[in-house]
Ligand binder design. Sequence first.
Ligand code: GCU
Length: 362
Amino acid sequence: MRLLKQKNFLKPKNTDKPMNGPSRCFVSIFAMSLFLSAAFLLAGCSAASHKRIIRIGHNQSTSHPTHIALTAFQDYIHQNLGDRYVVEVYPSELLGSQTDMVQLTQTGAIDYCIASNAILETFSKNYEIFNLPYLFASTESYHHAMDDSSLTAPIFTATEKAGFTAVTWLDAGTRNFYTVNKPIQSPADLKGLKIRVQQSPTNIEMMRLLGGSATPMGFGDVYTALQSNIIDGAENNEMALTDNGHGDVCKYYSYDMHQMVPDILIGNNVFIESLTDEERMIFEEGYRLVNQVQRQEWVNAVSAAIEKAANQQKVQFLYPDQAPFVNACSPLHQSVLENNPAIRPIYDVIQEYNKQYPTTTE
Ligand code: GCU
């Protein structure tokens, strides 16, 4: 009930458009049920070989660092526990949108999925912290904070009662605005523009503070929305331009650097708790591998995306003064901390990392 309410609250404003309308939702849930029924039949077949199938869903392509990292996990489990488990990785929203996949992980219909930290905020308020604009002073500060398990533990375990736990994080770079035909040089340029944001109250509030019109929708719907002028732009890392084709439509990408929002690998609690101590240690090593492989792949993938976007898609990269964006967003830190004082100690530790690593050099 709570989830349904939250979903409605976050429903995109363009609800009359087919891409997010109730009929599409029904069709996709129906398609997903069919798909999962088929998958369970297959699971039944493999029961003959006494192997438990582990299903992991994500919304990126098969050449994306996220998929490469999950494939490494698949291989690792195969090498170490191949007599007991078979890992299956489903890319490209095959199992539904990220929100659908989180709900499937909650109920145990699938075992793991990758979700952006942004959408996890609707499952636990603690996740709000990593959605704050201009939270991290540099990439180094972001990486050190995310690697600090004493900092992430209260967040990663906050959804245990909801049925899932976060087991590691993945880099999703820095989020910046990109638009079809209006270069964004300052927050004033966002006025009157419909910008797709992730389905999170913090992101909606961020856009309000910056003066644009927030249009929340799932990642898989953004390309069509851009192409059909339902929205004027979006915000994401550089990979969205190339891997998701957004750079075919949007010709201006502005480095305002408003957020570093991690992706999170979450797992179903019942499944995780069913593992023996020995298996759990192997899985934990597997989660570490996901994090390492994804981060190594990420650096080259982003450089390649920038090159392709500039040279083949003819996207112009802009470097606006960040100060007016930072100032416009700053009230959000105060309001989030006031509404959720439990995250204040985590916020304070992040400020220490910011002092230690004030500028990006990586
Ligand atoms: C990034 C992120 C995804 C997220 C997407 C979005 O690509 O890695 O997890 O779904 O942004 O904007 O929705």
